[in-house]
Design a protein around this ligand. Structure first.
Ligand code: SF4
Ligand code: SF4
Length: 67
């Protein structure tokens, strides 16, 4: 099944935490203060995080997921 999931470009992320604050599913965490990580089991692909990221480090992509 194909679903929409957020994907963080770790090279562009500055670990500001803005995405984490707006995510309605708490799918984002900041890994060791370095970059954001997406929990794909929680992400619903709403795209809110992509709108607040100051460095455009997040894309929502279509991904094959196994249920
Ligand atoms: S796309 Fe939506 S659910 Fe997924 S990480 Fe971003 S804000 Fe959270
Ligand atoms: S909003 Fe962007 S720069 Fe800030 S932590 Fe999230 S992915 Fe990184």
């Amino acid at each position: 099944m194909v679903k929409r999931k957020a994907q963080v470009n770790q090279n562009d992320c500055v670990a500001c935490g803005a995405c984490q604050k707006v995510c309605p599913k708490s799918a984002l965490s900041i890994h060791r203060g370095c970059y954001a990580l997406v929990d794909e089991n929680l992400c619903v692909g709403c795209g809110l995080c992509t709108k607040v990221c100051p460095t455009n480090a997040i894309d929502v992509i279509k991904k094959e997921v196994t249920l």
